[in-house]
Design a binder for this molecule. Structure first.
Ligand SMILES: Nc1ncnc2c1ncn2[C@@H]1O[C@H](COP(=O)(O)OP(=O)(O)OP(=O)(O)O)[C@@H](O)[C@H]1O
Ligand SMILES: [Mg+2]
Length: 254
């Protein structure tokens, strides 16, 4: 992969909240079209990392390059144009309750593009189809949907602008096993059909092993280990080994 230019580069990124240091030196390349999963314990800064990518949080120092643009140096207006290309699926579905499914998915399109109404409609229904929801769903309201369906609508909304990068923050947390498998399949399907780059934060290891091209493990305020699924799964690094198997650090390995 090293001949291909990365789409995203974290370079010497630091971030702290007051005295609490989250990243001391975050270095991390992400390549076009790959699905990369970010693993790490609760509170290590997984969500912070992807929030910095969409400008919800700013790095204290270092560079975050998207293609050749340093996101840490963009003003709000410039960031808005980046947000058309990097889309985030939130930890909670975060739909607008007062808007129908159709209007929820249409929202970013209305916000960013001036499409004729028939084109807009076509775009919205294309996203519903991508997430395997029937067109009738368009008229429903979020309160009438199950948790799994809300996630699908949220994903459809994130896909509407046809972004280059999709960020998934715990897309399956709180879902039943069947909905979890469905979302995991969709993550893979979206990557295959749209050739997007996906960054996924999840605690679902079987999902991560299923859809990832690479896995990054955050620990000690930086990327502790990064590699292919096989490299991570078979790693003998003691910290990663314990994390993947849920072995407490006062229990000896073997
Ligand atoms: N806006 C903020 N202001 C102050 N502290 C914050 C802010 N956002 C995150 N933090 C702190 O930064 C740390 C990392 O947060 P983050 O949300 O990235 O964790 P995470 O790895 O996503 O954890 P989880 O698996 O529980 O979602 C946490 O200790 C959190 O309390
Ligand atoms: Mg989080």
């Amino acid at each position: 992969m090293s001949q291909i230019e990365p789409i995203i580069r974290f370079q010497h990124v630091t971030k702290a909240f007051g005295p609490k240091r989250i990243y001391d030196d975050l270095n991390f390349n992400i390549y076009p079209g790959e699905t990369i999963t970010v693993l790490g314990g609760s509170g290590v800064g997984k969500s912070v990392m992807i929030k910095m990518l969409v400008g919800l949080l700013t790095a204290d120092s270092g560079e975050i390059l998207f293609h050749d643009r340093d996101l840490t140096k963009l003003n709000e207006q410039q960031m808005l144009s980046v947000r058309k290309k990097i889309s985030m699926v939130f930890q909670l579905a975060a739909l607008f309750d007062s808007l129908s499914v159709f209007e929820n998915i249409a929202y970013p399109l209305r916000e960013h593009l001036r499409l004729p109404e028939d084109e807009l409609k076509e775009r919205v229904f294309r996203q519903l189809e991508m997430v395997s929801l029937p067109p009738e769903m368009a008229n429903r309201y979020p309160s009438e949907l199950s948790g799994g369906m809300k996630k699908l609508v949220s994903l459809a909304r994130s896909l509407a602008l046809e972004p280059e990068v999709i960020l998934y923050d715990e897309p399956t947390t709180g879902l039943d096993p069947e909905s979890t498998v469905n979302i995991n399949k969709l993550i893979r399907q979206v990557q295959e059909q749209r050739q997007v780059c996906s960054i996924v934060i999840t605690h679902d290891m079987s999902g991560a092993f299923y859809f990832s091209d690479r896995i990054a493990f955050l620990y000690g305020r930086k990327i502790h280990k990064i590699g292919t699924v096989d490299e991570i799964r078979t790693s003998t690094d003691p910290i990663l080994y314990r994390f993947l198997r849920g072995i407490p650090d006062d229990v000896p390995i073997n």
